[in-house]
Design a protein around this ligand. Structure first.
Ligand SMILES: O=C(O)CCC(=O)C(=O)O
Ligand SMILES: [Fe+2]
Length: 333
């Protein structure tokens, strides 16, 4: 899979052909770019969020520690600060990813407690989360159209955050500089697939490192700005596990990782879009999925194995149960 084959799609005036392009990228690569042309998320908000993230990660560890992930002080499970080497995205690597992170859930009903550099910019954070979620819903609606679902809004409607709790999380990431990787097999973020429906990934020019695992078992790097794209970089969209379940394996929840790639410091931000907690992860009624048949069986079986669900083929789980299983594997919760 060559880098250049991940298409850059503009959502400035989406048509049926836009929907088809999204479906095609999602079912071949599990990744696509959305043009950062001001029609979706404000490029200046992206820039301001990166500035805020840099200020936050530069604050003393003793301050960040007060909002340690999963603690009541940070607002509970999957919220708050992950210290250096505090999690392994690849559960087979127990030494922890050399990175820090901070997770912020959408307000439900109100925003979680935040440390001072972040709380002072709560309006920006809320606006950013909201526009990220809207972009995800737009993409999900277009996917529903391209999949020829009798209920085109089946998936997108399950992402209406006004209707209940969901596992959606906005995450800021910081990878400190390192001239030598601690040991050969270690990467900055271990190999994994994402837990939700869609992930939006924001990266900075000159800070590469993201790699995708191809069907041939080889890792390919994903450029921050594909050739020919002027700044700002496009928004990278990653298909998560849940869309793989809903489409019977047609959409690919591709395994990826962050490699050292030069070892300079690196900041990234991810919006992990999840459906409402009670959404059931069963195949959606769709002509395209029906025609695809059971060709995604291998993909689905490996997903279920990762969750410890092997041998329970018919069992349907909810989005909440799925997230709990993934968090248990990542953090030993
Ligand atoms: O930092 C990145 O570019 C990717 C991080 C990632 O894949 C994740 O946090 O799920
Ligand atoms: Fe990821």
């Amino acid at each position: 899979m060559a880098d250049s084959t991940i298409p850059i799609i503009s959502l400035s005036s989406p048509t049926a052909s836009t929907a088809t392009q999204i479906l095609s990228a999602a079912s071949t690569h599990g990744f696509l770019f959305i043009a950062n042309d001001s029609t979706t998320i404000s490029p200046s908000d992206i820039e301001s969020m990166f500035d805020l993230s840099k200020t936050f990660f530069a604050s003393p560890s003793s301050e960040k520690e007060k909002f340690a992930i999963h603690t009541p002080a940070a607002g509970g499970v999957n919220r708050g600060w992950v210290r250096m080497s505090g999690e392994s995205l690849d559960p087979t690597q127990s030494d922890g990813d050399p990175k820090e992170a901070f997770n912020i859930a959408p307000p439900y009903p109100s925003l979680q407690p935040l440390p001072s550099p972040l709380s002072a910019s709560a309006d920006l954070i809320l606006r950013f989360q909201t526009t990220c979620h809207q972009l995800c819903v737009t993409i999900l609606k277009l996917l529903g159209e391209a999949l020829a679902c009798p209920d085109e809004a089946y998936v997108s409607a399950r992402h209406d955050l006004s209707r209940g709790a969901s596992g959606s999380i906005f995450r800021m990431l910081y990878y400190p500089p390192s001239s030598t990787p601690p040991c050969d097999h270690r990467v900055r973020a271990g190999a994994h697939s994402d837990y939700g429906s869609l992930t939006l990934l924001f990266r900075l020019p000159g800070q590469s490192g993201l790699e995708l695992l191809g069907p041939d078992g080889a890792w390919t790097s994903v450029p921050v700005s594909p050739a020919g794209v002027s700044l700002p970089p496009p928004i990278l969209v990653n298909i998560g596990d849940l869309l793989c379940y809903w489409t019977n394996g047609l959409l690919k929840s591709t395994v990826h990782r962050v490699a050292f790639s030069g070892g300079g410091e690196r900041y990234s931000m991810a919006y992990f879009c999840h459906p409402l907690d009670d959404a059931r992860l069963e195949s959606v009624e769709s002509r395209v999925i029906r025609e695809f048949g059971d060709k995604g069986k291998e993909e689905l079986t490996s997903q279920r194995k990762r969750l410890g669900l092997s041998g329970e083929e018919g069992e349907v789980i909810t989005a909440k149960e799925h997230l709990e299983r993934r968090l248990r594997l990542t953090y030993g919760l």
